[in-house]
Design a protein around this ligand. Structure first.
Ligand SMILES: [Zn+2]
Length: 223
């Protein structure tokens, strides 16, 4: 195993059994660049590949920072729907993009079964799009679309901020994902909303990004 990785034992909140996970030592990944939708490119080990934890005993899967946040009702739902037909499969050790995609799809399936909030779904779908982007796979677009639907849902139905996602960042994501999906009219409208939004004022770097992306979207629209 790569020496920037290490294994650690944790307890599954669903089946209560102990199992091992692989983690990336902090500060070992070097950021090379960030895309306009916040996708990070790393030199060496990419920590995003290790973001989803999967319990090998019951199939419960979740983003690592939310792994322990599960209600009694959801524990029962996961046990009944996934646990009962789970073919024990672990994701210990080094992951490649394909095995990471499997873990994110499991996490997405878990969220769907739990009827989770759009904010949870958006995070997982956006990362699935990034994983497909790393391998230049057209399926990136499918997951950008799912992420866009979730961000639109959040904007319409939720009281922001939730989970570090504030209103202006949510609008920016709707604008940028529309641009990446070549819906330039919508994209331009949403970028102007970000720039003129009072809630964006305390985030000058976001306004700057929105201005840049607005120009790019306009140029793309002309073509
Ligand atoms: Zn478990």
């Amino acid at each position: 195993m790569d020496n920037t990785l290490y294994n650690k034992k944790i307890n599954c909140p669903v089946c209560m059994k102990e199992f091992e996970i692989t983690k990336v030592k902090s500060k070992t990944s070097k950021v090379i660049s960030r895309d306009s939708d916040f996708c990070v490119h790393y030199e060496g080990i990419n920590p995003i590949l290790y973001d989803v934890l999967v319990c090998e005993n019951c199939g419960y899967a979740s983003l690592s920072d939310k792994f322990d946040e599960i209600s009694d009702r959801d524990i029962k739902t996961i046990k009944d729907t996934i646990g009962s037909r789970w073919n024990k499969r672990g994701y210990l050790g080094e992951r490649n993009i394909d095995s990471a995609i499997e873990t994110f799809k499991l996490a997405l399936y878990n969220l769907q079964i739990r009827k989770a909030k759009a904010v949870e779904i958006s995070k997982v779908c956006l990362r699935l799009a990034w994983l497909y982007r790393y391998k230049n796979d057209e399926k990136e677009k499918d997951f950008l679309k799912f992420a866009l639907n979730s961000y639109t849902d959040i904007y319409m139905k939720e009281k922001l901020p939730i989970d570090k996602l504030d209103e202006s960042t949510c609008m920016y994501m709707i604008a940028e994902l529309n641009r990446r999906l070549e819906n330039f009219d919508e994209s331009v409208q949403w970028f102007s909303k970000v720039v003129s939004s009072p809630s964006a004022r305390n985030n000058p770097s976001l306004i700057e990004m929105a201005r840049d992306q607005f120009q790019i979207a306009k140029q793309q629209m002309k073509k």
